[in-house]
Design a protein around this ligand. Structure first.
Ligand SMILES: Nc1ccn([C@@H]2O[C@H](COP(=O)(O)O)[C@@H](O)[C@H]2O)c(=O)n1
Length: 601
């Protein structure tokens, strides 16, 4: 753990369902190598995870079972360790590679920018040679300029102790927002490729593992399941997914399941399978598949209380020398980036989705009503004389603000992306005011976003489209507490708020028994009004339409639906490239800045 991490709180725990073949799974780490330094439940760092995996591997070796470690992408963007270093990612590759990962793939965040994809090619792929798979992802090699698979398409291997013969594929969803140095092949096209058709005919296998940066309830995984089943009618198939930032488990059929393990190093997914056939090993001949294959899952809260318990270690015996060195390297990286530098003190918590929107404790209400108007009204040239509308997407805001110190760390956790603002001057106000409605309604723009597999709101909100139980209705706010999980009462430790996952296997997946936290939906975009009052009779004829450059194509499309044709040539850079990250930081310094040594509690 990092020295400033809060100590985990004792809680009632469920055991790991250890079996013949076991997996540890991370996804959507987004650079949170240092763990959560303001949340005790997720306060373990990548070094602790290195120690934990070592102990579980030793356990597997001791009892003759196997353990495989999987990561399904989006390791980058979303944390100051990645986003504030120059070059971005300076420390990330060195930290990530310290974990022994058996199966690893790319997420969409590895591909948004050409240089990030090159980082994969030059660092992560060679660092995880033999483990990195790219079944539907190519890159124009920075060395030769030629298009080539980012990594091998698939691999077949045999586990160390049991001799389980595994055929593995590593996918990414049908992502369309990648920079032009990579090519993502749609899954529907990949399954028609000769190499794929040949690979899945192999009968000398005991298990197929499909892992990737793909929502486990997506059309892509449904198609892969159908295609695999049409050729391998009863071979067990284990899917690992990601991208939607939630804990989830899907049962495809009696021999096939899928696990998704959350986000931001909050969750270590544990998966186990019993009853698999195996090839011969030095200790035994081939073993036949049992009549019934048993699958089990557990979502481990990423803290050392859970890790000590599940590894049978204590504070003394848990940290390995390797793990300690990794934690130290993370601490040194954090120090060199001066991540504890304080800009101000947040007077209370502001939430991405733990409060309805609008709400005085919603981060979006804070941005819309205060941060954007109070900062931008000072800078904006208010070209049209009548003011401006500023539109930004909620998905660009990645994390909550907690009461207390707002540091350089906080700045990049909340707003890691580099996008600046652009504007179109003198847009008819009548048209401009329609934009927010068009972007947020279930109309033609929503349909087009769906076609392009694009979202503008947080992935957790998107996940709820297929899992409505994830979100509470603002009308019944706080009414449904702990409806799925029995809160334990008795002599043991007390429960406290945290994940209470409901998935295809029921409500007993989380290792830590929590009371429920409510989450609410938020729209695609929010809008601030600058320089005039919308309630006023004297509304402007024209306004500057300012927007986050990441959503430009959607702004132009929405304008088209209002009958106003603009192209990217009509747009201009606003504020000399100032990003929302800069605007927020300036605002925090001005409004929450203090000379006090400590933030008030
Ligand atoms: N430069 C970027 C990149 C992404 N977003 C938004 O992030 C959300 C998707 O996050 P994932 O971690 O699931 O990929 C989505 O709302 C994107 O629009 C962004 O705002 N800027």
């Amino acid at each position: 753990v990092q020295p400033e991490a809060p100590s985990p709180v004792a809680a009632p725990l469920r055991e790991l369902p250890w079996a013949q073949l076991n997996f540890l799974h991370t996804t959507d780490v987004h650079g949170w190598w240092g763990g959560h330094l303001q949340e005790a439940s997720y306060s373990a760092d990548w070094g602790d995870y290195v120690s934990f995996a070592r102990h579980l591997r030793d356990k597997a070796d001791a009892d003759g079972s196997d353990l495989l470690v999987v990561d399904t992408g989006d390791r980058v963007e979303g944390n100051a360790i990645y986003d504030s270093s120059k070059p971005r990612g300076k420390f990330t590759y060195e930290i990530a590679k310290e974990q022994h990962i058996d199966l690893i793939s790319s997420g969409n965040h590895e591909l948004y920018k050409a240089e990030t994809a090159e980082g994969e090619y030059l660092h992560t792929v060679p660092d995880f040679k033999g483990s990195y798979l790219a079944s539907n992802l190519d890159i124009y090699s920075p060395k030769t300029g030629k298009l080539e698979p980012l990594a091998p398409r698939y691999k077949k291997f045999t586990t160390k102790n049991q001799g389980i013969r595994i055929l593995a594929f590593g996918f990414i969803f049908d992502f369309t927002g990648n920079a032009n140095n990579t090519v993502v092949q749609k899954v529907e096209d990949t399954v028609k490729e000769e190499w794929f058709i040949d690979a899945i005919k192999d009968k000398e296998i005991d298990l197929i593992v499909v892992f990737g940066h793909v929502d486990i309830r997506s059309a892509e995984y449904a198609l892969l399941f159908k295609t695999l089943r049409s050729v391998q009618w009863d071979t067990p198939i284990q899917f690992f997914g990601g991208h939607s930032h939630i804990r989830d488990y899907k049962i495809f059929d009696g021999n096939s399941v899928a696990l998704e393990s959350g986000r931001y190093m909050e969750t270590l997914g544990f998966m186990s399978i019993d009853g698999l056939s195996t090839g011969a090993t030095k200790n035994h001949g081939p073993v036949a598949k049992k009549a019934e294959i048993t699958f089990a899952r557990r979502y481990i809260d990423n803290n050392v209380y859970s890790m000590h318990h599940h590894s049978g270690k204590d504070i003394e015996s848990f940290p390995t020398e390797h793990g300690l060195n990794v934690s130290k390297a993370i601490g040194e990286a954090r120090k060199s980036l001066d991540l504890t530098h304080r800009y101000g003190c947040a007077p209370r918590d502001f939430w991405v989705s733990r409060r309805p929107y609008p709400h005085h404790e919603s981060i979006f209400t804070l941005i819309e009503k205060k941060m954007l108007p109070q900062t931008m009204s000072k800078f904006n040239r208010l070209h049209s004389g009548g003011g401006a509308l500023v539109v930004t997407n909620t998905g660009a805001i990645r994390f909550d603000i907690f009461k207390g110190a707002f540091t350089k760390d906080t700045k990049f956790l909340v707003s890691p992306f580099t996008s600046g603002f652009r504007y179109i001057p003198d847009v008819s106000y009548k048209a401009a005011r329609q934009i927010i409605k068009l972007l947020n309604n279930e109309g033609p723009i929503a349909l087009e976003m769906m076609n392009q597999n694009t979202i503008l709101y947080p992935p957790e909100v998107h996940a709820a489209r297929y899992r409505p139980h994830l979100l509470s209705s603002p009308e019944t706010a706080y009414a449904g507490q702990a409806q799925w999980q029995q809160v334990l009462k008795g002599d043991g430790p007390e429960t406290f708020p945290g994940y209470t996952t409901k998935d295809d296997a029921g409500t007993d997946g989380d290792d830590t028994i929590h009371s429920q936290i409510e989450f609410y939906s938020v729209p695609n975009c929010i809008q601030s009004t600058i320089g005039f009052e919308t309630e006023d009779d004297r509304l402007p004829e024209t306004v500057d339409l300012i927007y986050n450059e990441f959503i430009q194509k959607w702004i132009l499309l929405a304008l088209e639906y209002t009958g106003q044709k603009y192209t990217s040539d009509d747009t201009k850079s606003w504020g000399g490239g100032k990003s929302f990250t800069d605007i927020m930081t300036d605002w925090v310094e001005e409004h929450w800045g203090t000379k006090e040594e400590k933030c008030p509690t």
